[in-house]
Design a protein around this ligand. Sequence first.
Ligand code: ADP
Ligand code: CDP
Ligand code: MG
Length: 191
Amino acid sequence: MHNVVFVLGPPGSGKGTICAKIQENLGYVHLSAGDLLRAERQREGSEFGALIEQHIRNGSIVPVEITCALLENAMNNSGDAKGFLVDGFPRNEDNLQGWNKQMTGKALVQFVLFLSCPVPICIQRCLNRGQGRTDDNEESLKKRVETYNRQTFPIIEHFEKNGLVREVKSERSVEEIYADVVEVFNQAAKV
Ligand SMILES: Nc1ncnc2c1ncn2[C@@H]1O[C@H](COP(=O)(O)OP(=O)(O)O)[C@@H](O)[C@H]1O
Ligand SMILES: Nc1ccn([C@@H]2O[C@H](COP(=O)(O)OP(=O)(O)O)[C@@H](O)[C@H]2O)c(=O)n1
Ligand SMILES: [Mg+2]
């Protein structure tokens, strides 16, 4: 059984940054759904490259069959890990349903780390990210924020109803955010 922590929040809220620190210090393995999709897009012989690029530019969500298979493969190929940080997933109802269908009995979701941050700050961070991403431009960002508001936030609310959400405000320094994140993981380890 894989232990999983879902990490959600608007684009640019700092999911990748904080996950890297958790992986470094707390022994969880970081799996970014976006990174896995970008790698699959680049993989020679992939039949999904064009479809993935289309969704990324549009800020829309790739069908779960593709994303969940990438996540499950990565988990199975990671050897023994204390747990996995599944960053940027599930982002919509399709993601959630597909995960439940494919991973029930194989993964246990410990909690959902929700990095909350005002959208204008998130957009500015993405525009300054400097990773050359095809979706870090004003036009794609507008669509990504809309997708977040319409599709991802309701998923966070769903988990909230189940008592699984641990919110950490991320309009602060990485050090301040991370200090709260460590508290969340410590609390989770007690129960
Ligand atoms: N707490 C923070 N304060 C200022 N900038 C940040 C903070 N966390 C991340 N960043 C920067 O913002 C950009 C987006 O961060 P990233 O971790 O990629 O977010 P996400 O994965 O949620 O899109 C990156 O350039 C990152 O260096
Ligand atoms: N579960 C997911 C995660 C990302 N994606 C796609 O990948 C893009 C980038 O996701 P990301 O997680 O790397 O973006 P950030 O929130 O980290 O900025 C999203 O806008 C989607 O188009 C997806 O389709 N399904
Ligand atoms: Mg990211």
